[in-house]
Ligand binder design. Structure first.
Ligand SMILES: [Ca+2]
Ligand SMILES: [Ca+2]
Length: 377
């Protein structure tokens, strides 16, 4: 099924003055935002030269059209470009997914040379328009707008109250505003641009499925951000890790994205105070690793239970507490956390020349640090 609906518009363009028609030319309009489409076509001027100007005439308005032509002055045999932009497009009625072509309007572009406009020929304009979800008046109105190119429905909206009916649409794209500091997108990167012509009051409960994206943190750490007045705002309410759906609440619509907290890079010192860091993986004893604190990274905030050193767990003392201590091992005035990891060769995931410690802070943000090692027999 073609995921897009082609809308054929008629363009009448001045050709008799140029002694030709352009039956094979067309202007194809592509979607640039939820309610805006634009496109250009190139046309050859065979036997005429002079200043060019351009205007458009709508016989059946469906939005606001803007047309332009360049260059301003053309010589015979040269190419000029005519462009059309359609803004605030409003679909006259719901177009069901799978519809191939709908003629919704007649659009005439006149190109004038040397102040002698004459009409001749007709050039079709093709326009891709998104799927729409009709959004009716009432309370607790649930809408799942089909994605504009595939018809997939990974988003559900629950409007608290719709006071005037309209259409709600969704564009998914890998491009969007820069990610908020300390967060990153999943794989593949995905932005959800949602808009509606319906008039609504109250809040909107939004649910986005993240099952087609992968993240490097546990799903309960995912956050739903909304782009509001030029910045990302965290609007997360909850994460359904079974249904793989993130919930949020907003009172306006614009781009959304699911972000994961970026991994913080920390310095570690395997076998603090000694170098090289010789490790003997013989299943006996422990390997001390220091996580070096700084003014920005306070080791008191580490979730000690989640720490892993190359797959190894912290040794648990007789009193059930992890064998860790806070001290300044490198003398820089910042507390460091030193933990003893049990040497179990079957658990080891480190490399031949380096090993990585992973963990997270008590607020859920993940961190990691790597140091060199030398495996000795
Ligand atoms: Ca060391
Ligand atoms: Ca220190």
């Amino acid at each position: 099924m073609n995921g897009r609906v082609a809308v054929v518009l008629s363009v009448l363009i001045l050709t008799s003055a140029f002694g030709q028609n352009w039956p094979d030319y067309k202007i194809e309009l592509n979607q640039v935002s939820a309610w805006e489409f634009s496109g250009c076509g190139n046309f050859v001027m065979t036997d005429f030269s002079g200043p060019l100007s351009c205007w458009i005439v709508l016989s059946q308005p469906v939005g606001n059209f803007v047309a332009s032509v360049s260059p301003a002055v053309i010589g015979a045999g040269e190419t000029f470009t005519a462009c059309v932009r359609l803004q605030d497009f409003s679909c006259p009625e719901y177009i069901p997914p799978g519809t191939q072509a709908v003629h919704v309007a007649n659009l005439r572009i006149s190109v004038q040379v040397s102040g002698e406009p004459q009409l001749a020929g007709q050039i079709p304009v093709f326009m891709d328009i998104p799927y729409f979800a009709p959004t009716s008046v009432g309370t607790d109105i649930s809408v799942s707008p089909p994605e504009s190119s595939t018809g997939a429905m990974p988003v559900n909206l629950m409007f608290e109250e719709v006071t005037a009916a309209g259409m709600t649409s969704l564009i998914m794209s890998g491009a969007g505003p820069e990610t908020p500091e300390g967060f990153s997108l999943g794989e593949p990167p995905m932005y959800f641009d949602i808009s509606s012509t319906a008039t609504y009051e109250g809040s909107i409960h939004i649910q986005i499925s993240y099952s087609d994206m992968s993240f490097s943190v546990p799903p309960e750490q995912l956050r739903l951000f909304h782009w509001e007045t030029g910045q990302w705002v965290d609007r997360t309410e909850s994460v359904d890790t079974v249904g793989e759906i993130i919930h949020g609440r907003v009172d306006s619509l614009s781009p959304f994205a699911v972000f994961e907290p970026a991994i913080i890079h920390v310095d570690i010192d395997i076998k603090p105070g000694s170098h090289p860091n010789s490790i003997n993986l013989d299943g006996h004893g422990v390997i001390p690793v220091a996580i070096l604190g700084s003014a920005e990274f306070l080791v008191e905030r580490i979730d000690v239970d989640a720490l892993r050193f190359a797959g190894l767990h912290i040794r648990v003392k007789g009193n059930g507490k992890p064998q860790c201590s806070i001290k300044d091992v490198n003398g820089d005035g910042h507390d460091d956390l030193v933990c003893q990891f049990v040497d179990i060769p079957e658990d080891w995931t480190g490399g031949e020349t380096e090993a990585t410690l992973t963990g997270n802070l008590q607020d859920g943000r993940a961190f990691a640090g790597t140091d060199s090692i030398r495996i000795v027999p």
